[in-house]
Design a protein around this ligand. Structure first.
Ligand code: GLC
Ligand code: CA
Length: 537
């Protein structure tokens, strides 16, 4: 079992599962998922699926301009999701099942309804004025620099009453904190302490690469490679992000965050970080004194081919410092669904096997274990500000549709009409139906998770790519003291013959189609179309 991996940390050997609380389980019939709903599904997470940690996207008081990533109080629970007592119960019950709890930490910006911002905007000489980033207009009245927001439009909004602009790189309802102010740093570190005292085991830290901006707030240069068809308001997409992200000084802050986490040993810091590999890797810290897990999203940015996946994994392995532990993400609440991105169900199975057999911590996004595809959201039902501002094709609602539990109305998610429509395929694609189907995606995930729990080579072993395989196949060896596993993944729709005589005989322990097991001769064997195999050697 993973907790018997001496010398390894829980966040290395465990499998993480991301829950988007609005969409997981509604317990009180208002169409919105909540914390008691998560509590009610803990047995699913532990017994049925078998994950080791849950990451909860924000459940804090919020006007929901960005669905909880606009926080009005860092140290409470929005009544929509429950209350602190419900959170405490969830932590206690999760821990009693051996599940770790990771919460979201959104340090770059608050809601414009946060008490700090209400004070800050009250007057230019308010003691909290400098807690946010205020600047005078340019002489012609325009914003202080040319930065654009991720969701379209300029990154500055003029506060008419006080005559200054404030910075917000997301929606205007998300003013950015000034982390150059020591009072802000102290207050935000105290937020970590608040949740650690309540027993949380880790934090997923939102856009931490943005915490410190260029001291002079210089204009960003134009991006010469910007796609020509960007919507007119996508200023952000037309720029290089030279001065608004990954500034050197951010690392001092991350070290302070880490020191705070270390006040409760074994608390894990996970960062949402997007930069180039060379910049990204710095977030582990020069001596491992920053984040344990800078999120690695690289596989999602590649074409879905064996060659691109291998290159991405090998580049990561080569770039990691000796103390750096890898991790992989194939889906989350900001991206289109894995099964849609990779061209359908057969390759979604290969993706599952890849994610759960690479060296490093996997994070599974809720619903991917059922092979959920992008939801179809009628234009008038779009909720996400990115979809509203930048066009329906950019809406993140598609990957936030309700979890599909059973073939009953609203898929067992809620007794009311949910905040986003349940996908039409719920009648067949749901937990209950897939549990009863031995070949289902859910049963593949379960099988992969069980296998990972039983094989140290998969949890913590070394990674070695295999060169002598045909195009379209990605194969690698995982090895740990005496235990060796070959993973072979066919990214194509055609059978592929493997000849690896040096590896001798093996035994199939998981097949993506769940249709075969038993002995194989590695000297001469064939992967079916879209087939992946985990083979014990
Ligand atoms: C992160 C979150 C995303 C949110 C944004 C602003 O990228 O994952 O959902 O909209 O930050 O907080
Ligand atoms: Ca509810």
């Amino acid at each position: 079992m993973s907790n018997h991996d001496a010398g390894f940390h829980w966040w290395q050997t465990g499998v993480f599962y991301q829950i988007y609380p609005r969409s997981f389980q509604d317990s009180n019939g208002d169409g919105i998922g909540d914390l008691p709903g998560v509590l009610a599904r803990l047995d699913y997470l532990k017994e049925t699926l078998g994950v080791d940690a849950i990451w909860l996207s924000p459940f804090y008081p919020s006007p929901m301009a960005d669905f909880g990533y606009d926080i009005a109080d860092y140290c409470d629970v929005d009544p929509m999701f429950g209350d602190l007592a419900a959170f405490d119960r969830l932590v206690t019950e999760a821990h009693s099942r051996g599940i770790k709890v990771i919460v979201d930490y959104v340090p770059n910006h608050t809601s414009d309804r946060h008490a700090w911002f209400i004070e800050s905007r009250a007057s230019r000489d308010n003691p909290k004025r400098d807690w946010y980033i205020w600047r005078d207009p340019k002489p012609d009245g325009s914003p202080p620099n040319n930065w654009g927001g991720f969701f379209g439009g300029p990154a500055w909004t003029l506060d008419k009453a006080t005559g200054q602009y404030y910075l917000h790189q997301f929606v205007p309802e998300q003013p950015e904190l000034n982390w150059r102010n020591p009072e802000v740093v102290k207050a935000m570190l105290d937020v970590l302490r608040f949740w650690m005292a309540r027993g949380v085991d880790g934090f997923r830290m939102d856009v931490v690469g943005l915490l410190i901006k260029d001291a002079e707030l210089r204009d960003n240069p134009p991006n010469p490679n910007a796609p020509p068809d960007l919507p007119a308001n996508d200023i952000f997409g037309r720029q290089l992000h030279t001065y608004n992200e990954d500034q050197e000084e951010v690392h001092d802050l991350i070290r302070q965050i880490r020191q705070t986490l270390d006040e409760h040993p074994e608390t894990c810091g996970i960062g949402e970080l997007w930069g180039d590999l060379s910049r990204w890797v710095k977030y582990y810290g020069e001596n491992g004194d920053e984040l344990q897990l800078p999120f690695n999203f690289r596989l999602m940015g590649q074409p879905w081919t064996a060659e691109a996946m291998r290159r991405s994994v090998d580049d990561l392995e080569a770039a990691l410092p000796p103390f750096g532990w890898p991790n992989y993400v194939l889906g989350n609440h900001d991206q289109i669904r894995l099964a849609t991105r990779f061209g359908g169900q057969p390759q979604a199975r290969v993706a599952a096997m890849l994610l759960l057999t690479l060296r490093g911590t996997p994070t599974v996004y809720y619903g991917d274990e059922l092979g959920l595809e992008n939801g179809v959201i009628p234009p008038e039902k779009i909720q996400d500000p990115q979809g509203i501002n930048l066009g329906a094709h950019r809406t993140r609602d598609v990957s936030r549709t309700p979890m599909q539990w059973e073939n009953i109305p609203q898929a067992g998610f809620s007794s009311a009409e949910p905040w986003l429509p349940v996908s039409a395929d719920y009648a067949s694609r749901n937990v209950a139906t897939q549990l009863a189907d031995p070949g289902s995606m859910l049963n593949l995930y379960r099988r992969l998770l069980t296998t990972r729990r039983s094989m140290a080579a998969l949890r913590r072993g070394s990674y070695q790519p295999v060169d002598t395989v045909p195009a379209g196949v990605f194969a690698y060896l995982r090895a740990d003291a005496g235990e060796r596993v070959l993973v072979a993944l066919n990214f194509t729709g055609k059978p592929c013959r493997l000849s690896l005589p040096d590896l001798g005989q093996g035994r199939v322990v998981v097949a993506t189609h769940l249709t075969r097991d038993g002995a194989v001769d590695l000297g001469d064997m064939t992967l079916d179309a879209h087939e992946g195999l985990v083979i014990a050697l």
